[in-house]
Design a binder for this molecule. Structure first.
Ligand SMILES: [Zn+2]
Length: 366
């Protein structure tokens, strides 16, 4: 393992990471994967099947890193001491050797009580308290980089004109040009799988505090510091949209829900729980109106009813996000007066529980 780390042998590092992870040997697996994912593999033009194996490893890496970050007593855990190369100097005082990750992080946080020739000295209390703060930025930065790469990766978005006509006239088309004969049920399930894997990966950020400075760089979604989850909602909306489009493509060449086979998707059960939670978060968020909000509400409600049918009927009609559509432009004119909200008609149609759900859907489309 150390030879692979020293020579930066990526193939060996990945193979070792997988081997240790399969044996639940978290520390060596984490060390191998951390070196392997230092530069995220170039998945932009890879096939979905290959991407799914890389995302499976990255998901395993993120989960292990998160597990170590929140370990209850990192100071006195011998495995964590070995991984980060620190040890007790005297009672309740720890030495973080110069050049190690924790040494740099503690100096950056200005949390060291003193500096010696060998490194930084920290109290046990400070080490326990700040350990998470040292690892969370690593989790956050790695996932954000990977998330940005996935958003640009062709395999996540097939090019519709190419699938339908075998031609695409778009210059430098960012979408995947795939022949419709390749869109088999197996292909459909791999497409769903990579989306569910990415949703699980991104969900790791849920418990990681957001960097305030970084958030402010994204001025489009500038929010007061205490409202950082708003920023996550942007990406949650993005992946909910991608998942919905993948499960229910605009054209049958790309498959249908009838092709879905959760047995082929190892992560399906865990991911479905996350998607349900994301959908509830979206429906219960206070969002400003925007041109794509109706699409988001439709897709979210549709996913809720598909994945969480019984409970969804209880909560979707009370969703605060529907308040955005109380504006006059979303209300139907009835005998010269403002009548019902068209979005409520859409919800009645999607739920399909009352006897007028079909007329309600027709009114919404009108
Ligand atoms: Zn194209």
């Amino acid at each position: 393992m150390f030879q692979a780390v020293a020579s930066c042998d990526l193939i060996q590092l990945r193979a070792l990471g997988q081997k240790f992870a399969s044996r639940k040997e978290v520390i060596p697996a984490l060390l191998c994967f951390d070196h392997y994912f230092q530069n995220f593999p170039r998945i932009i033009v890879m096939e979905a099947t290959e991407i799914s194996t890389i995302l499976a490893d990255f998901l395993s890496y993120c989960s292990m890193l998160h597990e170590v970050a929140i370990s209850p007593d990192p100071c006195n855990n011998p495995d964590i001491q070995k991984l980060f190369g620190f040890q007790a100097s005297t009672e309740n005082i720890f030495l973080l050797p110069e050049g190690t990750y924790l040494h740099q992080s503690f100096l950056a946080l200005r949390a060291a009580m003193g500096v010696s020739e060998q490194g930084a000295l920290v109290t046990e209390w400070d080490l326990s308290r700040n350990f998470k703060d040292c690892l969370f930025p690593r989790i956050r930065d790695r996932i954000k980089e990977e998330n940005d790469i996935c958003r640009k990766t062709q395999a996540f978005t097939p090019c519709l004109p190419f699938v339908i006509n075998d031609v695409c006239n778009r210059l430098q088309c960012p979408r995947q040009h795939i022949h419709y004969t390749s869109c088999t049920p197996a292909w459909y399930n791999v497409q769903v799988r990579i989306h569910l894997q990415q949703i699980l990966i991104f969900h790791n950020l849920h418990s990681v505090p957001f960097d305030v400075q970084e958030r402010h760089r994204h001025h489009r979604y500038e929010e007061p510091p205490e409202r950082c989850p708003e920023f996550h909602l942007v990406f949650i909306r993005f992946w909910i949209n991608r998942l919905h489009e993948t499960l229910n493509p605009s054209i049958y060449y790309l498959g249908t829900l009838a092709n879905l086979d959760v047995v082929l998707i190892k992560e399906a059960q865990r991911a479905v729980e996350v998607v349900k939670r994301w959908c509830r978060d979206l429906l219960y968020s206070r969002t400003r109106p925007d041109p794509r909000l109706l699409t988001t509400v439709y897709q979210t409600a549709n996913l809720c009813l598909f994945l969480d049918k019984q409970s969804a009927r209880e909560y979707i009609h009370r969703a605060p996000i529907l308040d955005v559509f109380a504006l006059p432009q979303y209300r139907r004119e009835l005998n010269g007066r403002k009548g019902p909200c068209v979005v409520n008609e859409m919800m009645r149609f999607l739920q399909g529980t009352d006897e007028v759900f079909i007329p309600a859907g027709l009114c919404f489309v009108k």
